[in-house]
Design a binder for this molecule. Structure first.
Ligand SMILES: Cc1ncc(COP(=O)(O)O)c(C=O)c1O
Length: 380
């Protein structure tokens, strides 16, 4: 009988075991310290062991953790209203992960545009790995084994998407910055043209802000920064500082989910909602949106300042940074880790950094030094 596949095989295990961490630092079981600019694939947006989030978690743990969707909770209600306020007349649905948010968005657009079955997405897009989300994900490597079972989605280059929208189009899914696909921020003109095309044809524009949202790019939603005026937004990752969480927000004038047409056992549970709310208070109190712009540009110019001939381009928005390298990114990421910096690839030639809000100048300087050494090794 075939052995079941373990997490290490499934994710390409990195060979280290993390046992502690705070801020932008984690430690392994041998006492080695790493600058963590991987941050749980962007979910640990506030860094590790943030004292305010810890406090919120402890306080919320003393009350019921999960109560089910039918029973009201002040924390969930406040979070729904906070999220709803991000879009004009906005409404929100809470769930537990990015893929689940994308699935809910898919159901929503099919409900709101019955009879229109054309769904568009971008080449290089990543929207998740469950069957609905996978249908919107471009990478053939992820799709191949399930390709017969996927909802039909048409892919276009980001610059061709606006042209492709027509009266048969139910929705267009787009990331404000393509993350997994190589860290490509949408050009503002492209975002505006796409928003305009969707408006003209009454198609729904869905911004997948699972990686870009909740302040990572310097604004709670990155969409306005790149000219997008979405009808629907998906969020997850850093929304509750790394606790499983996800959300779909939509402009309420379009309609919504009829009673019993969607749900989630854990979605919007009081525990996670309380932590998400505290995170938002911290964003406001500590002016973390400004900080994300500042730290992001410090890092981007720091990478350029290395003047390294292995670097061909540095892209990104706020704390979502892509460094295009000559040759392959995987050996550079590996070499970063050996030296004490956790980064991640974004496609074959891009090294991605996802630092937390709390990354200090010293963390950034250390990361830049280690990256420089890893790039030297990559060239040898
Ligand atoms: C833009 C985008 N959409 C969707 C997802 C899927 O989120 P999850 O892994 O929480 O299902 C991701 C995860 O990396 C993402 O970056």
């Amino acid at each position: 009988m075939e052995q079941p596949i373990g997490a290490a095989e499934l994710y390409g295990g990195r060979g280290i075991r993390i046992v502690a961490g705070e801020g932008a630092t984690v430690r392994d079981d041998e006492g080695r310290e790493y600058v963590d600019f991987l941050c749980g694939h962007g979910a640990a947006l506030f860094g590790h062991a943030h004292p305010d989030l810890q406090k919120a978690l402890v306080e919320a743990s003393l009350a019921p953790w999960t109560i089910g969707m039918g029973l009201d909770s002040p924390a969930r209600r406040s979070l729904l209203s906070l999220l709803g306020n991000l879009l004009e007349g906005g409404e929100a649905f809470l769930c537990n992960s990015g893929a689940e948010a994308v699935e809910a968005a898919l159901k929503l657009i099919l409900l709101l545009r019955p009879g229109r079955r054309r769904i568009l997405a971008a080449r290089r897009a990543f929207h998740g790995r469950t069957l609905g989300a996978l249908a919107l994900t471009f990478n053939p490597h992820y799709r191949k084994p399930w390709k017969e079972s996927l909802l039909p989605v048409q892919f276009f280059g980001v610059d061709e998407l606006a042209e492709a929208v027509d009266d048969e189009t139910a929705a267009v899914f787009i990331e404000p910055v393509q993350g997994e696909g190589g860290v490509f921020p949408l050009k503002k003109e492209t975002g505006q043209a796409l928003s305009e095309a969707c408006r003209r044809h009454d198609a729904l524009l869905v911004a997948d802000e699972i990686q870009t949202g909740w302040g990572r790019c310097g604004s709670l939603l990155a969409s306005p920064l790149v000219g997008l005026d979405p009808d629907v937004v998906t969020l997850a990752k850093g929304l509750a500082g790394g606790l499983p969480s996800g959300a779909v927000i939509w402009k309420g004038h379009h309609g919504g989910f009829p009673a019993m047409s969607h749900g989630s056992t854990y979605g919007g549970n009081p525990l996670v909602s309380a932590v998400a709310l505290r995170g938002h208070e911290v964003i406001e109190r500590d002016r973390l949106l400004e900080r994300s712009v500042k730290v992001g540009s410090y890092l981007r110019s720091g990478v350029l300042g290395l003047g390294h001939r292995a670097v061909t381009e540095v892209r990104g928005l706020g704390l979502l940074i892509g460094i295009e390298v000559r040759g392959r990114s995987a050996p550079v990421v590996r070499s970063c880790q050996e030296r004490g910096l956790l980064a991640l690839p974004a496609g074959p030639q891009v090294v991605r950094l996802l630092p937390p809000f709390t990354a200090s100048e010293a963390d950034c300087d250390r990361a830049l030094g280690l990256l420089g050494e890893a790039l030297d090794e990559g060239l040898r």
